[in-house]
Design a protein around this ligand. Structure first.
Ligand SMILES: *Cc1c(COP(=O)(O)O)cnc(C)c1O
Length: 388
């Protein structure tokens, strides 16, 4: 039997058994349309209501503040585009940061083409934004602060409560892309003064193709999709009942077991970090302290990220690199450049992201295979030869 180690939980997670069990009835006999008035429909409606309560409870929100979406990407688009549209008479200045997910950054680039002024706060070498810099950046015409909760590549967690408190005090709406954080670290929209928050089911062991947007009560946003009356007319389209139920079940489970899972995964992550950084010229990226429990990301000098991923795959390890070979050209990740890494170092990035099903054996296996892979690739590198 060949070995398989899944170390790409930041890309997606395996559906939990609890989520799958919760979904199955709604993919089979519970096929009613939640908008139908007869019993089959009413049962589906009740399942949606319960799912909404569960998602709200996990975030410290009220049920009516949760709107279901198709993906995390959609939630980001809805939040950002809606605030821009509804506040454009007040101002056109939006503050974000340099390491956002493309679901946010490409949306902002699109808004820039429509005449909005986007200010990207820099991050320090750990990937953290400065609350003082944010304070200085907020202006009379600032309509939105959108800063991610935790970064998908390097795992850095932002000072969200401080950012929320500041935005609230300055009277500016605050959106956070919390797709990497929800279900993994404590998130409380009330305590953290969050006005809008995006999440996605498949990042916490729910199904793919379902997400949610939290919108604080009292905030009026334009409807995102027009059509029927679903989601109070704000996001028309027949609801993905099974997906929504599965997402809610996965989130409830994740929040219930968060403390013990966090402790377990963090210990595995730290063992992985220790083993990896013992290899010469391998450095941890992201914040050593304020980081997601499962994220172990590195740059490996004189090695291409893609080459590592392919060689890891050959020995049954699924990982990813921030330096994806897109459209034939090696594009180093904007995140790694923003934390100040030179291009040639950023090319050698690798992200190992652990989850609930990760074991110590997995970590040992990675640490058994990885040094040899790096040595092999470096043996072919003229840069490494010149260096040593
Ligand atoms: C995965 C991810 C998204 C996109 O979520 P989808 O549901 O896959 O569209 C957005 N932001 C971050 C930080 C992510 O990690």
């Amino acid at each position: 039997m060949s070995r398989f180690v899944y170390a790409d939980n930041a890309a997606t997670t395996k559906l939990s058994q609890t989520a799958l069990d919760a979904m199955l009835p709604w993919l089979a006999e519970g096929y009613g349309n939640p908008s139908s008035v007869y019993r089959l429909g009413r049962e589906a409606r009740r399942a949606l209501d319960q799912a909404r309560d569960q998602v709200a409870a996990a975030l410290g929100a009220k049920s009516e503040e949760i709107l279901f979406t198709g993906t995390g990407t959609e939630a980001d688009n809805w939040a950002i585009r809606s605030v821009a549209e509804s506040k454009k008479e007040k101002g056109r200045h939006i503050i974000s940061c340099a390491i956002e997910h493309h679901a946010v950054s490409h949306t902002l680039e699109d808004l820039a083409k429509q005449g909005f002024e986007i200010e990207y706060l820099p991050v320090d070498e750990c990937g953290r934004v400065s609350v003082e810099a944010l304070d200085a950046a907020i202006r009379e015409d600032t309509i939105l602060v959108t800063i991610m909760f935790a970064n998908n590549e390097i795992g850095t967690i932002q000072p969200i409560a401080e950012i929320g408190a500041l935005a609230r005090a300055r009277g500016v709406l605050f959106h956070t892309d919390a797709v990497q954080a929800v279900g993994h670290v404590p998130v409380d929209v009330a305590v953290m003064n969050i006005d809008l928050l995006s999440l996605s089911g498949h990042k916490f062991r729910g199904p793919k193709g379902v997400g949610a947007l939290y919108v604080k009560k009292g905030i009026k946003l334009p409807n995102f999709l027009t059509g029927g009356g679903q989601e109070k007319g704000r996001r028309a389209g027949t609801e993905n009942v099974a997906g929504i139920v599965g997402m809610a079940a996965a989130l409830t489970e994740a929040v219930q077991h968060m403390d013990e899972e966090r402790a377990k995964i963090t210990a595995l992550r730290d063992k992985l970090i220790q083993g990896m950084t013992a290899i010469p010229a391998v450095k941890l990226t992201g914040d050593p302290v304020n980081r997601l429990p499962g994220n172990a990301s590195f740059v490996v000098e004189c090695v291409e990220g893609e080459a590592m991923i392919l060689m890891l795959d050959a020995v049954g390890i699924a990982a990813s690199s921030g330096s994806a070979c897109s459209s034939g050209a090696l594009d180093p990740s904007h995140v790694l450049l923003a934390i100040g890494l030179p291009h040639e170092i950023a090319h050698g990035s690798v992200r190992l992201s652990l989850g609930e099903e990760s074991t110590e054996d997995d970590v040992d296996y990675i640490l058994e295979k990885f040094p040899g892979i790096i040595a092999k690739l470096r043996a072919m590198s003229p840069l490494w030869e010149a260096k040593s």
